[in-house]
Design a protein. Structure first.
Lengths: 262, 129
């Protein structure tokens, strides 16, 4: 199976690991990630204004490339996923945005939200299947107590993202079980890490991340996993002692391909 | 800036939100992770738009505290989406000539070696147009 793959700015710079472990794991699981040619940054945040069109175009270009290849579009970073899925929803369901974006794009065939956008975790759940993943694990992480940190962008708004139940998600816990570890459910797993606010208001973001980590530790987690480089950065600024990993690192470890990713 | 009434209309247009649907249950404020940092709370923000009191919003601390975490958007039982209203009010301010929530000169001293590009990109999008 081949997918069009949108890595995004940070996976080429500060979060190379997130990307490398995912690619090695995809290979081990038997699917291929074909990078979008000349992709452009998604912008990091979904442009909420109904009259903002230009800032949605980089997503439309990636979406259209996947459509032309007849492939699903796979993302890994939570922010890219959020932005591209929401823009795709606009292109499918919002006449005004679709018309104006296509006026810019001047494509032979206008883009109207045809591409299916999948997060890497959704590929694992819906395409590979967690049962198959479990069978392919050679190095189960038995005994590790792992807290899933979802944050905001993967889940909300639930009606648009359709990723999982936004209030009581299970996808990362199911992933943790599939790689042989034990999920720890804690109350703050879908609370905000502070996001962009940490650029200037470092104390505010730190306080939020302290709460998240203390919540996870209190329920017995030995580590957290995330899909988002910004969540990772913010969580690491908290001094509460709890290591944070990208979920793809543990996936690569369980599949026995961690060294190949280096 | 144009009259308060026009400004309120612009906020409704940009956000695509109808604040009249609000039944003032306060769930948005109850769920907001930035609640303690806000002078005008999310549910009050909706009332300010309804009353056309836009200057107060434009000068509020709250305008710059919304994290766009979509907790209020997800949990609003009336689909008023206060987060969208706050973003639209912010845009009304930063779309004016010379207005910005983040000056490029501020950036160098805010950086550290782990800071992801995603953070800079997101902050520029959230504070500037």
């Amino acid at each position: 199976m081949k997918y069009t793959y949108y890595p995004g700015c940070t996976l080429r710079t500060k979060a190379k690991d997130l990307d490398a472990y995912a690619r090695a794991s995809a290979k081990a699981l038997g699917f291929e990630l074909e990078e979008v040619e000349n992709w452009q940054c998604c912008g990091g945040v979904y442009p909420l204004g109904t009259d903002e069109i230009a800032s949605k175009l980089s997503s439309v270009r990636a979406l259209n490339e996947a459509k032309e290849k007849g492939q699903d579009l796979v993302t890994l970073c939570s922010a890219c996923h959020h932005v591209i899925k929401r823009v795709n929803n606009d292109m499918k369901n919002n006449d005004d945005i679709r018309t104006r974006a296509n006026n810019y794009m001047q494509l032979e065939t206008p883009y109207a939200g045809e591409t299916n956008v999948l997060h890497f975790l959704e590929v694992l759940r819906d395409k590979v299947g967690f049962d198959t993943l479990k069978e392919k694990v050679v190095n189960p992480l038995t005994g590790k107590k792992i807290g899933a940190y979802y944050g905001c962008l993967l889940l909300r708004p639930g009606k648009v993202l359709g990723f999982d139940n936004p209030e009581n998600p299970t996808i990362i816990e199911d992933f943790i079980r599939a790689i042989g570890a034990t999920p720890v459910v804690y109350p703050y797993r879908n609370e905000c890490c502070g996001g962009y606010i940490s650029l200037r208001e470092k104390e505010m973001a730190k306080n939020m991340c302290d709460k998240i980590k203390e919540s996870a530790s209190g329920f017995g987690a030995e580590m957290l996993i995330t899909a988002c480089p910004l969540c990772m950065y913010n969580l690491n600024k908290s001094e509460a002692e709890l290591p944070v990993y990208y979920f793809t690192e543990l996936l690569a470890e369980a599949l026995g391909v961690k060294e190949e990713a280096k | 800036m144009s009259s308060a009434k026009n400004q309120a209309e612009r906020i409704k247009e940009i956000s695509g939100v109808n604040p009249l649907k609000c039944m003032k249950c306060g769930k948005c404020s109850a769920t907001c992770p930035a609640f303690n940092e806000m002078d005008i709370k999310p549910h009050q923000f909706v009332s300010y738009v309804l009353n056309g009191d836009i200057d107060a919003l434009a000068n509020s601390k709250s305008l710059w505290k919304c994290l766009s975490c979509f907790a209020c958007v997800e949990r609003c039982p009336r689909d008023v989406q206060p987060g969208r209203l706050i973003d639209a009010a912010r845009q009304l301010v930063i779309r004016q000539k010379g207005q910005t929530g983040l000056a490029p000169e501020e950036i160098p001293e805010l950086l550290d070696e782990d800071l992801p590009q995603q953070l800079l990109m997101s902050a520029f999008r959230r504070y500037r147009r």
